[in-house]
Design a protein around this ligand. Structure first.
Ligand code: GRF
Length: 201
């Protein structure tokens, strides 16, 4: 079983999709630890409810290097092979990225390269999509590199924008029709070796 660590900052619905898939026994991976940078993140409660180790590494009061060193330490303590960023807000720097090169994936709620990069997170992504008037949006799973949403793309799924959508209704549809399907699928593909993790791409 592929040992997976999930990094979260918020509600954790993507984490829940992974937990549900492990519950059904169709992820092929084990969630060894969930790490949040926010003590109040509801995602931590979701992990605990599923009897998964849940820890918080606060960023506040730490240098970026120290924060990343502690994140790596928590993940290494559980011998994590694949790191999944599921709504994890802090940008990660060289220390973390080089340690988990091609072993860390992220889910972003748009079809990259649209509506991604600095400042495009949460509802802002969907506000930007609606403001631009696109008729199709979606979600992307990609490897994490030093840039903001710039790593190699692994999976994408399109979602229709509907007349009268608000950022909230669009966010919900993108989650239901794309994110909660795509993220478990990416982990499943990594666990079965169809997405190669580690090493060179
Ligand atoms: C999701 O939209 C994800 O694509 C983005 O952050 C959001 C996290 O939501 N990276 P949740 O915490 O998984 O509910």
């Amino acid at each position: 079983m592929l040992r997976t660590g999930v990094l979260v900052s918020g509600g954790g619905t993507n984490l829940q999709a992974l937990l549900d898939a492990t519950g059904r026994g169709d992820l092929g991976a084990e969630i060894a630890v969930v790490v949040s940078d926010k003590p109040e993140a509801f995602a931590l409660e979701r992990a605990r409810a599923a009897l998964v180790k849940a820890v918080c590494v606060e960023r506040k009061g730490k240098s970026p290097e120290e924060f990343e060193r502690l994140l790596v330490q928590e993940l290494e303590e559980e011998r994590v092979e694949l790191v999944v960023l599921a709504g994890f807000l802090p940008m990660l720097g060289k220390g973390f990225i080089s340690h988990f090169r091609n072993r860390a994936i992220n889910i972003h709620p748009s079809l990259i390269p649209s509506f991604c990069g600095k400042g495009h997170y949460g509802l802002k992504v969907h506000e930007a999509a609606l403001a631009r008037g696109v008729k199709i949006t979606g979600a992307t799973v990609h490897f994490v590199d030093e840039g903001a949403d710039t790593g190699p793309i692994l999976l994408q799924k399109a979602v229709d924008v509907k007349e009268g959508d608000t950022p909230e209704t669009l966010q919900r549809r993108v989650m239901e029709e794309a994110e909660w399907i795509l993220l478990p699928e990416a982990v499943r593909l990594a666990a079965s070796g169809r997405i190669k993790i580690g090493g060179d791409l």
